[in-house]
Design a protein around this ligand. Structure first.
Ligand code: G3H
Ligand code: 13P
Ligand code: ZN
Length: 312
């Protein structure tokens, strides 16, 4: 089937108590690892491209890689999504350039400005059959030297969501409930805990509406250890516990964003390969096991975390 929007996917996920995996893609091996797992597990999937991915790999290459995956995996629905679109122009360029879904991330702007920018993107996107994810609330910072604020100001304010969704017309909403981007999400020694009270209040106010979680990598410790054992230095890398993501997927969360876990799997595998084979220099020899490990990691997410295996 051709690329789809996430509309029907989210409806089924909401009703079925599971979530769709949204995985960031930057090169061919990552696209292949993700989509091979999804094809074998019969899982719908969102392949998402960030501004940085477009700068690195070029819009056309990424679109063509995803189109190749669509041809290779005709049985599963695939969405091509812009992750963290920074402005109207970037969103328009992706809508015009074959994406079926875009995120406009104006969450750092004041509330009224966020509404105005999001509304502009929604109008253009809907005119072109494309769906829009918006964001309300600020995800916690990731830098070691920045104190992660536990104050409510960094979480989504549930009392704002009805006005935001009705005024913007967005199709899904990313909220901040304690997840954060990157590999250092919680301080070592603290108990990672998402704010399910915020999620439940948002869902009560927006019944049936698909909620999105960013920053949802779990930072698998086997890959952190593999990286550290082979010349890397990632002390204290901690992610979101998988059982909490599973619980979120049973509630109103229909899309869960995972990028850092893929990077850890790829980097750990390649570091280990070079350590064990210092004489090798054929990229295919180290990218092949990296791709295979991404595939197995995604398979695990589909089955054990997202609950979307068999839902294509
Ligand atoms: O949320 C951000 C994603 O992990 C993409 O990261 O901007 O480095 O491509 P990137
Ligand atoms: P992670 O850094 O937790 O993988 O989050 C990815 C993400 O939210 C992409 O938008
Ligand atoms: Zn994100």
């Amino acid at each position: 089937m051709p690329l789809v929007t996430s509309k029907e996917m989210f409806q089924k996920a909401y009703d079925g108590g599971y979530a769709i995996g949204a995985f960031n893609v930057n090169n061919m091996e990552i696209v292949q690892g993700i989509t091979e797992a999804c094809r074998e597990e019969k899982a719908p999937v969102i392949l998402q491209v960030s501004k940085g991915a477009r700068a690195y790999a070029n819009h056309t290459y990424l679109v063509k890689l995803v189109e190749a995956a669509v041809i290779e995996c005709p049985e599963i629905p695939i969405v091509l999504h812009l992750d963290h679109g920074p402005d109207f122009e970037t969103c328009k360029s992706c809508i015009d350039g074959g994406f079926t879904s875009v995120m406009i991330d104006a969450s750092s702007k004041p509330f009224e400005e966020n509404i105005a920018i999001t509304r502009q993107v929604v109008e253009y996107a809907h005119d072109h059959g494309v769906v829009v994810e918006a964001e309300l609330g600020t995800l916690a910072g990731i830098e070691d030297d920045v104190k992660v604020s536990a104050e409510d100001s960094s979480y989504t304010h549930p009392e704002q969501v009805e006005e935001f969704v009705s005024k913007t017309g967005c199709d899904s909403l990313a909220i901040a409930i304690g997840t954060s981007h990157g590999a250092y999400k919680f301080k070592p020694g603290t108990k990672p805990q998402l704010r399910f009270d915020v999620l439940e209040e948002v869902s009560r106010r927006l019944p049936g509406f698909p909620i999105v979680l960013h920053g949802s990598s779990s930072v698998p410790q086997n890959y952190v250890e593999m990286i550290n054992a082979h010349g890397g230095k990632m002390p204290g890398a901690i992610g979101v516990p998988e059982d909490q993501l599973r619980h979120a997927a049973e509630l109103s969360v229909c899309k869960i964003n995972i990028d850092s876990d893929l990077r850890l799997a790829m980097t750990g595998t390649i570091r280990q390969f070079f350590d064990e084979h210092p004489d090798k220099f054929d990229p295919r020899e180290y990218l092949k096991p990296a791709r295979a490990n991404i595939k197995e990691l995604v398979r695990h997410k589909l089955i054990d975390v997202l609950g979307c295996a068999g839902k294509a």
